[in-house]
Design a protein around this ligand. Structure first.
Ligand code: C2E
Ligand code: MG
Ligand code: MG
Ligand code: MG
Length: 279
């Protein structure tokens, strides 16, 4: 029901807002203002270790409720931020806000958590971003190994040299590199050995079909085996049912994230949700 409503909302946006340039420009202007006026916030979705059932980390997810447009999903406003030249500003805000929130969460919780942050390819252009990351980590006082940067396959099919060098520098800071939405794109698997990748996040389209489509189950099996053979960790996103969880556990998937456990919640609720889940 909620899902259907979400889809309708997105469809409305497609037709009503984004298909014409005026709508897109209006959205871009509204987002620029939103960044200035602090209309953006972050939700944090727990990630659990499948073997122990403990919450081991959270993924920061950008949220925007516009006073005039209502809630705008990140799949809509992130591309607008990219096109409008605001993604660096937005990305830096996400990074700093999430690092600072992490410190408060783990103080209250009494043990460390990892933090996953999504970055878009455009945000990673230029070396300034590396300094930004190093500074966000040291300002907040978290260990670099606590931070995971989620990139998408799209980045890995861009011009190789620069991206490899940038990811190597990132990793030499101690930050982990995760490929998000793995399997959704159609790029070659060869990049897995060319880039410094620590973790693969299986796209939720495969997870949702695990128990009804043999082919998707086979792909999930293969991704887990391959990732482990390459020395990478595997996380499954979009886990919604006990059956999916059991399947993933039997196959040796390392971590899970999804509505079965919790949606993204405000920073203030993370500790309570984490305690309830880790019970
Ligand atoms: P993502 O990084 O793959 O994040 C996972 C998305 O799946 C999130 O949607 C999350 O709310 C949703 N999700 C989590 N569990 C389930 C589940 O069990 N079932 C289903 N159906 N969905 C689930 P959200 O928050 O709308 O984010 C959408 C995308 O927007 C993200 O996909 C990410 O690519 C992008 N995004 C979000 N925040 C940021 C950000 O700060 N920076 C950048 N560059 N991109 C962001
Ligand atoms: Mg992500
Ligand atoms: Mg994903
Ligand atoms: Mg995604």
């Amino acid at each position: 029901e909620a899902k259907a409503a979400g889809r309708n909302a997105i469809r409305w946006f497609d037709h009503g807002m984004l298909k014409d340039d005026d709508g897109r420009l209006a959205l871009s202007a509204a987002l620029r203002q939103a960044l200035e006026q602090g209309e953006l916030s972050l939700a944090y979705q727990p990630q659990l270790d499948l073997a122990t059932g403990q919450v081991v980390g959270v993924e920061a997810l950008a949220r925007w409720t516009s006073p005039t447009l209502g809630p705008v999903p990140p799949d809509r406003f992130i591309p607008v931020a990219e096109d409008g030249g605001m993604i660096t500003h937005l990305g830096n805000w996400v990074l700093r806000t999430a690092c600072e929130a992490l410190v408060r969460m783990q103080e209250e919780l009494g043990h460390p958590l990892r933090l996953a942050v999504n970055v878009s390819p455009r945000q990673l252009r230029g070396r300034a971003w590396l300094e930004e990351i190093a500074d966000a980590i040291s300002s907040a006082g978290i260990a670099p190994a606590q931070l995971e940067v989620e990139i998408t396959e799209g980045l890995l099919i861009e011009d190789h040299g620069d991206v490899v060098a940038m990811l190597e520098s990132l990793r030499s800071l101690g930050v982990a590199i995760v490929v998000d939405d793995f399997g959704r794109g159609y790029s070659s698997l060869a990049y897995l050995t060319k880039f410094p990748i620590d973790k693969i996040k299986i796209d939720r389209s495969f997870i949702s079909e695990i128990t009804c489509a043999d082919n998707d189950a086979a792909i999930v099996d293969a991704i887990i085996v391959m990732a482990h053979a390459l020395g990478m960790t595997v996380v499954a996103e979009g886990v919604e049912t006990a059956v999916q969880e059991r399947y993933l556990r039997e196959r040796g998937c390392d971590e899970v994230q999804g509505y079965r456990y919790s949606p993204g919640v405000p920073a203030d609720d993370v500790v309570q949700v984490t305690r309830a889940l880790s019970g």
